[in-house]
Design a protein around this ligand. Structure first.
Ligand code: ARG
Ligand code: ZN
Length: 851
């Protein structure tokens, strides 16, 4: 059953208030609900969501039991006939029984290591009780929890708490997807925050006993997030308490339930010995993300799930701004672009392509994608660039003012920008409704002191969208003189036509064009530049993103050519220019590390496919290996000097500076390994005083096939630490030589510690293999078969996780005929499973629907 955006109808009842009472038990939790409705339309049936897992014990209106003939239960719905309802307001009371211990899908109320917890977004609440489970039905909640667990939490403010009973009251109307409940033996790491209007808020990060010493960083990050949202967006927190709970079984990263965020423990717990720099940065960013949702998501929510990017794109954009402010803005921008190209561009170019605001879905959980989140954030970045910082600020103020308390739409969002800035955004809105990544070409002509830049744009067809009209594309451009000085600072060209030219005149000498500065639009920009000009930009561009991009262009061209069996001069230019760049001692180490690291195999494959070629995973891998070796041989002494100089002695700190030094050190190590036989990596793995270097060295050893002892050591040290063991499971299939990857993954899948029903553990192994490009795409199809078998198994337990991991196959139709035939067979094997989940059926169906 497909759901369509155009079928939206308002709910015919207002839900004035909700009272819930939970009597918790692993099997047979009793949920009592009183829902107070006021009809908005006369005679409408009352339709509630709620599936077969709900054992209905009692159903009454204003205290009187409803006759069985007055309602029907079909599939996921319970419908009470309009004729059986009173004319005015009424209260519907229900009692249902559910089994949290049986809930292996981790949707609704479930148990994770003895802790009762919930996940209700998108449609989990219907597994808890009968309810109008849609985001535009908002209500105030009062929740009673009866349980012998020591800590009992829900949304809002605590009302009464005695042993065995807690009552929580949430004064802010919210949709059911923001409901949360937690009950368990938990310890808090606590603090307080005083808001800008002077209200004190109690902050708690709840973890399992024994984990308290790894929760401090999360708490600090929360305080920074609260300060930042006040300072930058003028947003103040609105309850007396803010609780965060870490659980080990969680389908996603984290969830912004009102006043009670629930997190995957890997995004809370960190210590220098167990977490890497990347983990710390991610924890800080996700704590901020969930906190920022309090305004962008909770106070202003979504009318329906098609509008998901209204809250997710904006909240990602906000968390990116936060990280840029706290750390290095250029480094963050480059990292985000890299992630976008690796994950979103590939999604946008394949059978799963969809716009940031889709207009249909079968299973909404399949749309928590890189397109909705990351491209959704890019679209906001473009808006901000087009209207300027002040225009953006005015528009956001108006948004919070006008829509506080609303369930809003993308149209509402764009209207706010139009009203605040006077700009017509009708063409711009295509970014929300049209899928696919525009391909833009740029050519230059130079005559008599005038430089003309000519652009063309085109977007290939995507599923269901064959014709793509031109979009508004902000292209930030600067001009650099022959001596390396900037002769024109950044200017944003607004492309609106399929073909368009812009002229700069009054120029003395022909400048070099620095284009798409800051990655001003999520497009593929093709320009015909010679290698010297790229090398010039890598040396002189004043825009850090464009500077990095110049090196990237050289490396990608060199690698693409080599992977297609051609040689070209970009490799020499790249090796030469990169040597000069990494020797710049006063350039940020993290930036140098980003320039030194070669594009990943996945990114090379996506680029080749976009250029109409058939990527050969083995040839791509070999090309990347050869270029790495040449870099190492050419710059051995320089890299060795960097490796020594970038040591970070003293106490570990996860700040940007230390992390940048370690990143450059490990980038150097990855290359040096090719000439030192692994000696440095072996030493570092043993001596490292932090997990970043220990894992970095271990990955190198795995790629060399020299990791047996190091892996045994990590397991001996941390066998009882789930998060470290997840790393142990990931690094082996991911960093292994491609020819060994599937065999290694298979062996690991038989390990006693492979608790595959835990989402993190499953993702570690299956995701680790999928991330090994040439390993997963092994020519014999063994990677496809292995992953497909596990997806089928997981689908029976946890459809969300299985469906999400199935995106390993989303590029299947870009490879050679032989691989395609094997991947198709694997997908068809999944499709043929009886009782396949709706999640998986949709994913496989969409992937197989391409020619
Ligand atoms: N809203 C959460 C976040 O982005 C993600 C929850 C996704 N849940 C899901 N079942 N798909 O912060
Ligand atoms: Zn979010």
């Amino acid at each position: 059953p497909t759901v369509f955006l155009n079928d939206y109808r308002p709910y015919p009842f207002a839900l004035d208030r909700v009272r819930l009472s939970f009597t918790l038990a692993p099997r047979g939790t009793v949920v009592r609900s009183d829902l107070s409705f006021t009809p908005r339309e006369q005679g409408a049936d009352l339709a509630l969501d709620g599936g077969e897992g709900l054992r209905l014990k009692r159903l009454a209106i204003d205290g009187r039991e409803i006759a069985t003939g007055d309602y029907t239960r079909e599939g996921e719905a319970l419908v009470i006939a309009g004729a059986a309802l009173p004319d005015g307001a009424f209260t519907l009371s229900a009692e249902v029984e559910i089994d949290p211990a049986d809930n292996t899908a981790f949707e609704g109320l479930y148990l994770s290591g003895g802790i009762f917890c919930t996940q209700c977004e998108a449609q989990g609440f219907r597994h808890i009780t009968f309810y109008p489970d849609r985001p535009d039905v908002m209500s105030v909640f009062e929740v009673e929890i009866l349980s012998d667990k020591p800590v009992l939490l829900s949304n809002g403010n605590p009302a009464e708490t005695v042993a065995g009973r807690a009552v929580w009251s949430d004064p802010w109307p919210k949709p059911a997807y923001l409901f949360a409940l937690v009950a368990g033996d938990l310890r808090a790491v606590s603090g307080t925050f005083t808001t800008m209007s002077g209200r004190a808020v109690d902050l708690n990060v709840w973890v399992r006993p024994g984990d308290e010493d790894r929760a401090g960083f999360a708490l600090t990050s929360l305080v920074k997030s609260m300060e930042w949202d006040e300072r930058v967006y003028g947003r103040e927190y609105d309850l007396d308490v803010f609780n965060i709970v870490a659980v080990d079984d969680f389908n996603m990263g984290a969830m912004e339930n009102k006043g009670l965020n629930i997190f995957n423990s890997k995004l809370v717990l960190a210590s220098p010995e167990t977490a890497t720099d990347a983990d710390y940065e991610r924890i800080e960013g996700v704590i901020a993300h969930e906190y920022f949702h309090n305004w962008t998501g909770n106070r202003i929510t979504c009318r329906d799930w098609f509008q998901l990017c209204l809250k997710e794109g904006l909240t990602v954009f906000r968390d990116q701004q936060f990280t840029s402010d706290l750390r290095s803005a250029p480094v963050k921008r480059i990292e985000d672009v890299q992630a976008l190209r690796t994950r979103q561009f590939r999604e946008d170019a394949g059978p799963l392509a969809h716009p940031p605001r889709p207009d249909r879905y079968q299973e909404i959980n399949n749309f928590y994608t890189a397109t909705v989140y990351e491209k959704g954030a890019e679209v906001i970045g473009m808006l901000k660039r087009l209207v300027g910082d002040d225009g953006y600020r005015d528009a956001l103020d108006l948004y919070f003012d006008r829509h506080d308390g609303d369930a809003a739409t993308i149209e509402d969002w764009l209207k706010v920008f139009e009203d605040a800035t006077g700009r017509d955004l009708s063409q711009f809105s295509r970014w929300y409704t049209d899928a696919g990544t525009p391909q833009v070409t740029m050519t230059e002509t130079w005559t008599d002191g005038a430089l003309t830049l000519s652009f063309t744009q085109k977007t290939d067809p995507t599923p269901g969208q064959l014709v793509k009209p031109p979009r508004v594309i902000p292209i930030a451009v600067g001009l650099i003189g022959p001596n390396g000085d900037e002769v024109r600072p950044t200017e944003v060209l607004e492309m609106t036509e399929a073909e368009q030219s812009f002229t700069f005149d009054g120029l003395g000498a022909r400048p070099v064009v620095s284009a798409l500065r800051g990655f001003s639009a999520p497009i593929i920009l093709e320009r015909d530049l010679d290698t010297e000009t790229r090398a010039f930009l890598l040396a002189h561009d004043t825009d850090p993103f464009a500077r990095w991009e110049a090196g990237r262009g050289l490396a990608l061209r060199a690698l693409s050519a080599a992977a297609m069996g051609e040689e070209d001069e970009n490799a020499d230019a790249f090796i030469d220019a990169i040597g000069r760049l990494i020797a710049e001692d006063d350039t940020d180490a993290a930036f140098r590390a980003l320039c030194l690291r070669l594009p990943g195999e996945e990114e090379i494959a996506t680029r080749l496919a976009a250029a109409g070629q058939i990527p050969d995973p083995d040839a791509i891998h070999a090309a990347r290996e050869r270029l790495s070796l040449r870099l190492a041989v050419t710059h051995e002494a320089l890299l060795a000097g960097i490796f020594d100089a970038m040591e970070t002695p003293g106490d570990y700190s996860p700040d940007a500076d230390g992390a940048g030094r370690r990143s450059l050190r490990l980038a150097a190590l990855g290359l040096l390994t090719r000439v030192d036989g692994g000696l440095r990596a072996q030493a570092l793995e043993r001596e490292a005083g932090n997990m970043t270097e220990r894992m970095g060295a271990l990955a190198v050893l795995v790629s060399l096939g020299q990791a047996d002892e190091a892996l045994a050591r990590l397991r001996a040290d941390f066998g009882d630490n789930r998060l470290v063991m997840d790393k142990w499971f990931t690094v082996q299939p991911m960093a292994a030589p491609p020819a060994d990857a599937v065999r290694i993954a298979r062996t690991l899948s038989e390990d006693a510690a492979f608790d595959w029903t835990n989402p993190n553990r499953f993702r570690a192994l299956i995701g680790g293999l999928s991330a090994n490009h040439a390993g997963f795409h092994a020519a014999d199809g063994s990677g496809y078969d292995f992953v497909a078998d596990w997806l089928i198994r997981m689908d029976g337990k946890n459809p969300q996780i299985a469906a999400r991991m199935s995106t390993a196959f989303e590029t299947w139709n870009r490879y050679d005929a032989d691989r395609q035939q094997k991947a198709r067979a694997a997908l068809e094997q999944i499709a043929a499973v009886t009782g396949l989940s709706r999640n998986m059926a949709e994913m496989v169906g969409r992937m197989l629907s391409v020619a």
